[in-house]
Every structure is written in C-alpha cells, then in structure tokens.
Design a protein around this ligand. Structure first.
Ligand SMILES: *[C@@H]1O[C@H](CO)[C@@H](O)[C@H](O)[C@H]1NC(C)=O
Ligand SMILES: *[C@@H]1O[C@H](CO)[C@@H](O)[C@H](O)[C@H]1NC(C)=O
Ligand SMILES: *[C@@H]1O[C@H](CO)[C@@H](O)[C@H](O)[C@H]1NC(C)=O
Ligand SMILES: *[C@@H]1O[C@H](CO)[C@@H](O)[C@H](O)[C@H]1NC(C)=O
Ligand SMILES: *[C@@H]1O[C@H](CO)[C@@H](O)[C@H](O)[C@H]1NC(C)=O
Ligand SMILES: *[C@@H]1O[C@H](CO)[C@@H](O)[C@H](O)[C@H]1NC(C)=O
Ligand SMILES: *[C@@H]1O[C@H](CO)[C@@H](O)[C@H](O)[C@H]1NC(C)=O
Ligand SMILES: *[C@@H]1O[C@H](CO)[C@@H](O)[C@H](O)[C@H]1NC(C)=O
Ligand SMILES: *[C@@H]1O[C@H](CO)[C@@H](O)[C@H](O)[C@H]1NC(C)=O
Ligand SMILES: *[C@@H]1O[C@H](CO)[C@@H](O)[C@H](O)[C@H]1NC(C)=O
Ligand SMILES: *[C@@H]1O[C@H](CO)[C@@H](O)[C@H](O)[C@H]1NC(C)=O
Length: 423
C-alpha cells in the first residue's frame, strides 16, 4: 500500500513434489499467493514466522507499494477510534501472539527502532526490535533462514468509532517488495535485499502472477518467484516498460485505456503506482473535460457511476466473463507495447459502496474509481504477470490470469536465474 510522508521526520506433499520436480541450477524461492474475495482484500501469502513447535501461518500482505518487512511482536497494542490524523483514539486492542519468538530456537533478536506509515498516515506502526529468524511459506519450496523483519508493538489506526470500541481490522504482517531507495521510507528490514545478500537467490528478480478467475465470489490463486521465472503463467510477450521512478513503489507511465473498442488517453498527466497492497484500481480520468462521461458513454450503458465508484449496470453475477478493460503500456523499445486485459468481473469484490441493500439486484459496484490518481491495485494484478529486477530497475509486463486455478510450478517452463541473469 502507499507509504506516506512521516510527519516528524502446508502442504508438505507439495513441497516434496516441487523440490523433486523442479531441477533448478540456481537458488530460488517460491511463495504461493492468493487474493481473497472481499472489498478490502490485497495480495497475500501464508508465512510461518520462526520455528516454535506450534507456530501457525500468518496471513501476510505481499506489498509492491512499500519496502519494509514487519510482523507483530509480543504484547502489541493497537490504538484506534479517532477519525483525525495524529490523534490517539479512545480505543485499543491487544494483538494475539502470532510470532512466538521466545519459543523459536532460531530467533536472534536485536534492539532496533522501527516506524512505518501507510495510506496518508492513516496507519502508523512502530517497534523497538528486529528479529532474524526462519520463515516458511505455506506451499513454498522450503524454509528461508536468517530473514530479518521488524517486530511492531504499537499501531495507530485512523478509524472512527462512536466510543463503543467494537473492534477493528488490521493487517497481521506486511512484506514490502518495493525496491530499496536511499530515502527513509525504505529503512528496512528489506526482504528482497536480504534474500540476495544471504545467497538465497542469485538474481534480484521477482515475478508475480495470478491464475484464471473461477467465478465472481471466489478468491484468486497465484504465485511469486524470487530469482526465477515460470513462463507458463503468462501468454504473449513479456515486454519491458519504462520504470517511471519517483517515490517508493513501482511506478510506470500511464497507459491508454481501452473499453468496448474505444481508446482513451486520460487527461491527467500522471504516472501510475503498481501496488499489490492496495485493494482497488484508480484511473486518472478527469470529470472537468467530459472524459469521464465519454468513458461511460463508450460502454453503451454497461458501466455507470454509482456512489463514487464505477459500477456494472446489473447484478455482479451477470457480468459477462468476456467483458474486459484493456490497459496499453508503451514499451521501453518504441516498437513495442503491452496490453493487459482485465476482465471486468475481476473488479466485483463484494463492494461496500452500495447506497442501499436493494440495489444489489440491479447494480454491481466495482473496485475501480476514476480520480486524479493512477493506482493499479490487487484487482489489476489478477490479470498481470509482473516482473521486476531490483538489480537494474527494469519492469516488464505480460498478460497473466491464464494458468488454471490452483496450478503449481511447471517444471518444463521453469527457469532459475544465475548471477547476472534476468527475465
Ligand atoms: C492460506 O491459508 C488459508 C487457511 O488455511 C487457506 O485457505 C489458503 O488457501 C492459504 N493460501 C495460500 C496462498 O497458501
Ligand atoms: C488504551 O487507551 C487509553 C486511552 O483511552 C490510553 O490511556 C491507554 O494508555 C491505552 N493503553 C495502551 C496499552 O495503549
Ligand atoms: C513456549 O515457551 C513457554 C515459556 O516461555 C512455555 O511455557 C511454553 O510451553 C512454550 N510453548 C511451546 C509450544 O513450546
Ligand atoms: C535492548 O533494549 C532493552 C530495553 O531497552 C535493554 O534492556 C537491553 O539491554 C537492550 N539490549 C542491548 C543488547 O542493547
Ligand atoms: C455505537 O455503534 C454501535 C453499532 O453501530 C451501537 O450498537 C452503539 O449503540 C453505538 N454507541 C453509541 C454510544 O452511540
Ligand atoms: C540479520 O539479518 C541482517 C540482514 O540480512 C544481517 O545484516 C545481520 O547480520 C543478521 N544478523 C544476524 C545476527 O545474523
Ligand atoms: C497521452 O497523453 C500524454 C499527456 O498526458 C502524452 O504525453 C502522451 O504522448 C499521450 N499518448 C498518446 C499515445 O497519445
Ligand atoms: C454521452 O451521451 C449523451 C447521450 O447519449 C450525450 O448527450 C453526451 O454528450 C455524451 N457525452 C460525451 C462526453 O460524449
Ligand atoms: C462475449 O460473448 C458473447 C456470447 O457468449 C458475445 O455475444 C459477445 O459478443 C462477446 N463479447 C465480446 C466483447 O467478445
Ligand atoms: C523492437 O526493437 C528492438 C530493438 O530495436 C528489437 O530487438 C525487437 O525485436 C523489436 N521488437 C519487435 C516486436 O519487433
Ligand atoms: C436505493 O437507492 C436507489 C438509488 O440508487 C433509490 O432509487 C432507491 O429508492 C433506494 N431504495 C431504498 C429502499 O432506499
């Protein structure tokens, strides 16, 4: 999710089948990912922290929009209930122990302060210790030892509560995938850099994909590979697109937007954040020059504005599987471009935007809005095959969402990268 300015400053059978089927000539790590059905879901993986005998997997956000890696430490408290930035709310809640570092024989804890801020400071976390420990991805290709992450012990969420303190929802852990930069938002710990420095991968690459959608109301399954690629997870060419640089996260130049045979070059001159830790897509259409109404007109009444978001003009279950929106990105080479087609029904994620419950029979609010920002969130990732090389900063896109739901790594199309190799 978007980092913000600081104000003051298993499946064990699967593991064995994978390691026997995949003959890799370089080290790599595979982390299965999913994207649950729900309005505020993001790209997640089940990671087990440490080696305590009763350690359970923790649902961890895999976030291309931030760089640091943290999990809740012991005795953590979250404060909430103020709708104003920077104010302590009336409510707090204890975070159940999820990383039992005292019972993890592999834990090495050091004193180190941490301070992370997300979403315009609406979510602030801090702690005083880091841990180096083993983490294990459910369904992955084995434990990753000596991984460093921060232990958050205090959280402050900006979230209104009427004083009853009925509870809050919060992330259990965030693993940042955004590349290291020299600014303070990437103070670390940095998962990708640690993987590379400890020799757990030989190349500083990550690729991420989702499989085909099942139906509206289902979660998506997919994977992330560090130091390797599986080319059966996309179709067509993998095209390098310019890295637009800028703030923390992956930024690309804005694409042309294609719907129902019409093409739009949106009016806002902005680059786009590619952010697996954001729940929705925001497209930079301007309402002041009629571009927004031209967009809706182009859909011949299939899409409509509804309660601040883009909606399908019918119930969610009726969205045709072949109805999609295309995003055409210019390539690094002037003769190349890549269009990512996202099925519209992938945007139906149990929206909270209904004006009233009776509308559900006639309209389907989507996880898509038209604003001055350009953000490609988890919804976009359902159809994207993303490749990023932290070594040279290159970003490449291909059409994802093609492998069958729940599919595993494919030995025939798998390749691990040696030192100096890339996608
Ligand atoms: C994570 O764990 C949940 C609960 O066991 C399971 O339903 C889901 O498939 C798992 N996801 C991944 C990516 O391992
Ligand atoms: C819980 O919230 C109250 C404010 O209502 C605060 O005074 C108290 O210190 C908080 N407790 C912790 C452990 O943060
Ligand atoms: C964890 O450690 C505590 C003492 O620190 C002990 O009482 C408890 O039994 C341990 N649990 C496990 C599962 O080893
Ligand atoms: C770590 O911090 C704690 C609490 O401030 C302190 O008691 C301890 O001595 C520190 N450890 C080291 C190695 O500095
Ligand atoms: C706060 O909201 C809850 C649920 O909406 C309601 O049950 C409760 O009565 C409200 N409390 C106050 C003090 O308004
Ligand atoms: C913990 O991990 C960091 C990052 O890889 C590394 O610099 C540090 O040496 C490690 N500490 C120990 C005690 O292994
Ligand atoms: C789209 O508009 C931008 C300005 O916002 C311009 O730089 C770019 O060349 C345009 N692209 C095309 C394909 O017309
Ligand atoms: C959209 O369609 C309406 C009615 O068909 C028309 O009046 C309006 O000018 C169109 N708007 C744009 C921006 O094309
Ligand atoms: C989608 O499929 C339907 C029939 O299955 C067809 O009538 C329609 O033209 C298709 N639309 C697109 C955009 O391909
Ligand atoms: C585009 O140009 C580059 C360099 O000139 C070349 O290597 C590449 O094959 C070309 N791509 C296509 C699709 O023609
Ligand atoms: C629900 O909202 C629609 C407008 O979106 C309105 O026409 C309808 O009367 C509302 N129904 C109720 C029961 O409030």
């Amino acid at each position: 999710m978007k980092s913000s300015l600081l104000l003051a400053s298993s499946l064990s059978t699967l593991v064995s089948s994978l390691s026997s089927e995949i003959a890799a000539d370089a080290p790599f790590h595979y982390i299965p990912i999913d994207y649950n059905y729900g309005y505020n879901e993001r790209v997640t993986a089940n990671l087990t922290y440490g080696t305590a005998s009763d350690a359970q997997p923790v649902r961890t956000v895999l976030d291309t929009g931030s760089a640091n890696f943290w999990v809740w430490g012991p005795d953590a408290v979250i404060n909430y209930g103020s709708q104003y930035l920077g104010f302590t709310g009336p409510c707090n809640t204890s975070v159940p122990l999820e990383y039992d570092l005292l019972n993890s024989t592999t834990a090495v804890v050091t004193n180190h302060s941490s301070y992370y801020s997300y979403g315009g400071n609406s979510k602030i976390l801090s702690g005083t210790q880091y841990s180096n420990d083993t983490i294990t991805a459910s369904g992955g290709n084995g434990a990753i030892s000596n991984t460093q992450f921060a232990l958050a012990t205090h959280g402050q969420l900006r979230q209104y509560d009427n004083g009853s303190c009925l509870g809050t929802t919060y992330d259990l852990a965030i693993l940042g995938l955004a590349p290291y930069t020299t600014d303070l938002y990437t103070a670390g710990p940095l998962f990708r850099q640690t993987l590379y420095e400890t020799g757990a991968v030989a190349a500083r690459t990550v690729v991420m994909w989702f499989n085909q959608a099942v139906r509206v109301g289902e979660k998506f399954t997919g994977g992330a590979l560090f130091g390797a690629i599986d080319t059966s997870k996309f179709t067509g060419p993998l095209v390098r697109v310019p890295n637009a640089g800028g703030a923390v996260g992956l930024y690309v130049h804005k694409p042309l937007i294609k719907i129902n045979g019409k093409t739009f070059n949106t009016s806002y001159a902005t680059d786009c954040l590619v952010d697996s830790g954001t729940h929705a897509d925001s497209l930079p259409f301007s309402y002041t020059d009629n571009q927004e109404s031209a967009f809706y007109n182009a859909t011949n009444g299939m899409l409509m504005a509804y309660n601040g978001v883009v909606a399908y003009n019918g119930p969610c279950s009726a969205i045709p599987a072949n109805y999609s929106i295309g995003y055409e990105f210019a390539g690094v080479n002037a003769n190349e471009s890549i269009t990512i087609n996202v099925p519209i029904r992938n945007y139906a994620r149990s929206s909270s935007s209904y004006a009233n419950a009776s509308d559900a029979a006639t309209v389907c609010p989507l996880n898509m809005d038209l604003t001055s920002d350009c953000i490609f969130g988890a919804t976009f990732f359902t159809a994207l095959f993303l490749a990023h090389d932290e070594g040279d900063g290159s970003i490449a896109f291909a059409q994802g969402g093609v492998a069958s739901d729940g599919s595993e790594l494919n030995a025939a199309s798998f390749r691990a990268f040696g030192a100096g190799e890339s996608f």
